[in-house]
Design a binder for this molecule. Structure first.
Ligand SMILES: Nc1ncnc2c1ncn2[C@@H]1O[C@H](COP(=O)(O)OP(=O)(O)OP(=O)(O)O)[C@@H](O)[C@H]1O
Length: 761
């Protein structure tokens, strides 16, 4: 059911990275078309394949060569945009097609395994390859394929096209050489070469651990709180030290020749909140959206049937040394499990997910286990006795016993309190984490709502043109900057306008007047886990939900924003009962939020109210269904008084989590399109009864204190060392310098080319 929903998600999604990736999507579609063209009578060109770089131009001119969407070099970019199947498919369709083409396959956990079309068959002609030599992996959910031997990859349509061509030509295989590198523009090739040079520059200027003097090695280990990790373990995993930034360097070896493809630099600084702990900052080359390393994988033997999946490279070292088990680390910690990594995890019969020591890691492990196949997954429940692996090793815990005690991911249909007991304890012992992700720009929201939680539905309303989109954009951006993977469905304003608002809010300045800073900010903005649905105007709810489900599979989306319900529904249904339609849609979003463990924020216009009246929960358009289904109801109140025109307040009128409701004033900075709470406001969090709601809104509006915008702008602006924007070594140096001088972590992050991911120590 989950899978079939995903497969129907054929509408378009767009990653925040618009430039190269959009171009790539175009190229991929063109190449698919080209291959189909070939199938209609020009297949003899297949073996020629000259001048791959010029295919696109040739295609436009009406000539063609070997077409294919498969690109190795741009693999990761291709994955971060969306490669939707042109026609929805199911795993049954895939199997049926393979059978019809007489392609042998067997059912894996997340993929079907088949002999690769891109490898010359060995042995006697016509000999059937054995199952363990199958190296073509077809994702059961999307149909995307990967040949592990050659790294050729593409969509389900591409695979079908390849098989058709092979059959028509009577070929036993397709050479991968003619497939790789297609579609890259000279600029993209240049960018890739530059990144690879950077990787080698880092790698060759860093020192193998074994070459560090004993004293220095000890000092580095203390800095990273890994004193129990032996030099032998560090050597085994090829970890190096980059002195200029005092960073550990983790290599990414991959591909058929096990070449160096990338590096991750990890620096450590004392936590601002807990002097006994360290916070890690990581930088990758290539950038994180293209960094697909499962660190530790080259050391896993082919016969190994068990693996521990961790959230960091240090955890891999700890599990390997402490439990003697094979372990790999997800490239972006517990924030994402990209489907492109699934083929590499197919060989394992048992996967133990030990992604960290907090509730966020626990939630992630439950979600990832669905993708990996519940039956083979076991989860390590975080707790005092079971912190993250590196910490467990430091505390002298028995890591092998922790892994052995992991609980099966499969849920039972009926449970008693005995099975729930540990879950309940976990919630009681981690109230702060259970309350969700805190906003960094909206402390008042933290005070009232306590945080942003997965699986909830928020309904947001406010008068027409009052700033709903602008406000919710900043609220969602704030969370996204903290690693909440976000998907926007903007049905009213187009994505370019929305991205412009968000970029302005991200940079906190009027970019129109600072165009020379555009690339600097855009480079950092690109790194955010932010995606857009490309719908505009009226859209069928089923298509929207399928797309959302698809995005969850591809990008582990945690927050979907729908702006707004009225535009999505359109005006066409006026003849039918509009309230009933809206109720059905609200119910569907509610169900989606709960079942997919994803927060949904729904913007709904209010009914027409008299101009001078504040809104209340009952003002939401439609029946009471929206406010009943919602976990949170937020209202942007607009003060209409002549003395204070345009002043807004945010009212939380429903909070199912702990019942606290309240209202606080907002100031709007037009240049940066940001909202902030007036600095000296005397507003307090108050418990407001339902009867008091309306009166409270009016009263709160009268308590606001004005703050000169210039003063706030000064308070908000942080000095940035923008000269490091294009140079990761310089960026890393600044990060390390910031660490050693105990500069605010935010500042050191901003100094880098990309916002680095922070990890708990
Ligand atoms: N607090 C504010 N004060 C003044 N102008 C604002 C404020 N918030 C937003 N704006 C501006 O008002 C305009 C409309 O904002 P926005 O599109 O966010 O409103 P909306 O409530 O989503 O509109 P709609 O009801 O059409 O969906 C924008 O130009 C925005 O920059």
């Amino acid at each position: 059911m989950w899978r079939s929903l995903v497969l129907r998600g054929t509408a378009c999604l767009l990653h925040v990275v618009p430039r190269g990736s959009q171009r790539l999507v175009q190229q991929r579609h063109q190449s698919s078309l080209c291959l189909r063209f070939l199938l209609h009578g020009h297949a003899h060109r297949l073996t020629a394949a000259p001048c791959l770089q010029h295919q696109r131009t040739d295609l436009l001119r009406g000539t063609y060569h070997l077409p294919h969407t498969v690109t190795r070099s741009l693999k990761s970019d291709a994955k971060s945009t969306v490669d939707f199947p042109l026609n929805p498919i199911t795993v049954a369709d895939i199997k049926q097609y393979l059978r019809s083409k007489e392609v042998p396959f067997h059912d894996g956990y997340s993929c079907l395994h088949a002999p690769s079309l891109f490898v010359e068959p060995s042995g006697e002609p016509g000999a059937v390859p054995t199952k363990d030599t199958y190296s073509l992996f077809i994702d059961k959910t999307t149909g995307q394929f990967l040949c592990k031997d050659t790294l050729a990859e593409g969509s389900w349509e591409d695979l079908q096209d390849c098989l058709e061509v092979m059959q028509k030509e009577g070929q036993a295989f397709l050479s991968s050489h003619v497939l790789l590198g297609y579609g890259e523009t000279p600029e993209e090739q240049e960018e890739r070469a530059r990144e690879l040079a950077e990787v080698h520059r880092f790698w060759s200027s860093s020192v193998p651990f074994s070459e560090l003097a004993d004293e220095e090695a000890q000092m580095v280990k203390s800095m990273f709180q890994i004193t129990k990790i032996t030099n032998a373990t560090l050597k085994k995993f090829g970890v190096r030290f980059f002195k200029p930034t005092r960073s550990l360097v983790f290599p990414w070896f991959g591909g058929p020749s096990s070449a160096l493809k990338g590096v991750k630099l990890l620096s450590a600084q004392t936590s601002a909140t807990d002097p006994g702990a360290v916070e890690y900052t990581e930088t990758t080359v290539p950038r994180s959206s293209s960094y697909h390393n499962l660190f530790g994988l080259p050391l896993v033997g082919r016969p190994d049937a068990e693996v521990v999946l961790t959230g960091s490279e240090l955890d891999v070292l700890a599990v390997s040394q402490g439990a003697g088990l094979p372990a790999v680390a997800l490239p972006r910690g517990n924030s994402r499990l990209p489907p492109s990594l699934l083929p590499y995890l197919e060989q394992f019969k048992r996967v133990t997910l030990w992604l960290g020591g907090d509730m966020r890691a626990w939630e992630a492990s439950r979600i990832f286990s669905r993708k990996l196949g519940l039956r083979r997954c076991s989860l390590v429940r975080p707790g005092e006795d079971q912190p993250r692996p590196a910490q467990a090793l430091a505390l002298g815990k028995n890591l092998a016993r922790v892994v052995k005690g992991a609980i099966p991911a499969v849920h039972k249909s009926i449970v008693s309190f005995r099975q729930l007991r540990d879950d309940v304890y976990g919630e009681l012992a981690n109230t702060e984490q259970v309350a969700g992700v805190k906003w960094s720009r909206f402390p008042e929201l933290n005070r009232i709502l306590k945080g942003h939680r997965k699986g909830e539905l928020t309904v947001f309303t406010g008068p027409t043109g009052s700033g709903k989109t602008t406000f919710i954009s900043e609220v969602a951006l704030d969370l996204c900057m903290q690693g909440v993977n976000t998907l926007w469905g903007s049905f009213e304003i187009n994505n370019v306008r929305l991205a412009k608002i968000m970029l302005t809010q991200f940079s906190m300045q009027r970019l129109e007047d600072n165009l020379e800073r555009y690339d600097y900010w855009a480079d950092q903005f690109e790194e955010l886990p932010l995606y857009f649905m490309t719908f505009h105007g009226q859209q069928n709810i089923k298509t929207v939900l399928d797309t959302m489900q698809h995005a969850i599979y591809l990008y582990d989306i945690n927050h979907v924003v729908i702006d707004n319900l009225q535009f999505m529904m359109g005006q066409e249904n006026l003849s039918v009962d509009k309230f009933a339609v809206q109720d059905h849609i609200v119910g569907a979003f509610r169900k989606f939020a709960t079942n997919s463990c994803c927060h949904v924020t729904l913007i709904i216009h209010p009914r027409k109210e008299e101009d001078d009246r504040e809104l209340q929960t009952a003002s939401i358009f439609g029946s009471a269904k929206a406010s009943q289904e919602a976990d949170n109801v937020l209202i942007l109140q607009e003060k209409k008084l002549v003395t204070c025109p345009g002043r807004r307040s945010l009212q939380v009128s429903k909070n199912r989590f702990d019942g606290d409701v309240g209202i606080f004033p907002l100031d709007f900075l037009k240049a940066s399109l940001t909202f902030s709470t007036p600095v000296k406001a005397k507003h307090k969090l108050r418990k407001v009864s339902k009867e008091e709601e309306e009166a409270a809104a009016a009263a709160a509006a009268g308590r606001e204190e004005a703050v000169p915008p210039a003063k706030k702008a000064k308070a908000k602006a942080k000095p940035l060392k923008e000269n490091t924007a294009k140079d990761p070594i310089a960026a890393a140096t600044v990060a390390a310098a910031a660490a050693s001088q105990r500069v605010e972590p935010d500042q050191s992050q901003a100094a880098g080319r990309r916002p680095a991911l922070k990890r708990d120590g």
